[in-house]
Design a protein around this ligand. Structure first.
Ligand SMILES: CC(C)(COP(=O)(O)OP(=O)(O)OC[C@H]1O[C@@H](n2cnc3c(N)ncnc32)[C@H](O)[C@@H]1OP(=O)(O)O)[C@@H](O)C(=O)NCCC(=O)NCCS
Length: 222
């Protein structure tokens, strides 16, 4: 795993300190006049403010300092953006809510949209896990099976880190436990079988059924 330079660790903690300060300040402003507010209410208000402020800061940072697709070379500006402006929000906001599936299914559109996913109509990515939503585009009426994973990042070897967008076409089905790696395009109405692993940069043409490890064409949607 890549070692994070000390200066970037300090910068990330400073940013998180500001995030915590803003969240604490907002909860205090909302509650301090109310004598009945106890520690539990303060904690709940802080948690809600932490999520809202965090999403706001994350979106603003990604707008001004975008994390680009492709390699994140050691020592680069992109590495600074990744470690300081991106990872803290992944580790202290996105993963704690997304991995235990804390978000009610009807709210998953809003949730993944907040973290940068582009979502078509009637697509609810509730049962799956989208790592790096920022790099994922889902079409209309996409079905994402339970425990399927969309993983746009590739951490390979000691130092290689890259992000490649994933695109899932309209009406496609991603089966339960399927794994979709970076750079994959799934065509309209295509089906990825349960348990399939679709290797990096694979293009699945429309209406084809792909399954296995690594995934290969196993059929055609009638
Ligand atoms: C891939 C899938 C669509 C095939 O269903 P089907 O069209 O009814 O086809 P069959 O079950 O008759 O199987 C057709 C071939 O695909 C193979 N196959 C079926 N499921 C497979 C899977 N999960 N992985 C690899 N191969 C699979 C079969 O072995 C068979 O191969 P053969 O022709 O060499 O004998 C289905 O098995 C599947 O995985 N659906 C995913 C459903 C899902 O998870 N939806 C989202 C959540 S609800």
């Amino acid at each position: 795993m890549r070692k994070i330079p000390l200066i970037q660790v300090i910068a990330a903690f400073l940013l998180m300190g500001m995030w915590a300060g803003a969240s604490g300040g907002i909860s205090w402003l909302l509650l301090h006049r109310w004598s009945g507010a106890g520690p539990f209410l303060y904690f709940a208000a802080f948690a809600v403010a932490w999520v809202i402020v965090g999403v706001g800061i994350h979106r603003a940072l990604m707008a001004f300092f975008p994390l680009l697709e492709g390699e994140v070379p050691p020592g680069s500006r992109q590495e600074f953006i990744y470690h300081v402006f991106y990872l803290p929000f992944l580790f202290f906001l996105f993963y704690p809510l997304a991995l235990p599936k804390m978000i009610p299914i009807p709210l998953t559109r809003l949730f993944f949209w907040c973290f940068g996913a582009r979502l078509g109509r009637n697509t609810y990515p509730g049962a799956c896990m989208i790592f790096d939503p920022h790099f994922v585009t889902l079409g209309d009426n996409v079905i994402l099976g339970y425990q399927s994973s969309l993983i746009p990042h590739a951490i390979e070897g000691e130092n290689r880190l890259s992000h490649t967008p994933i695109r899932i076409g309209n009406n496609a089905v991603i089966g339960v436990n399927a794994v979709i790696l970076g750079g994959v395009t799934v065509g309209e109405r295509a089906v990825v079988a349960a348990g399939a692993v679709v290797p990096k940069s694979t293009v699945i043409p429309p209406r084809e059924i792909w399954g296995g490890l690594p995934a290969r064409r196993i059929g055609l949607v009638e």
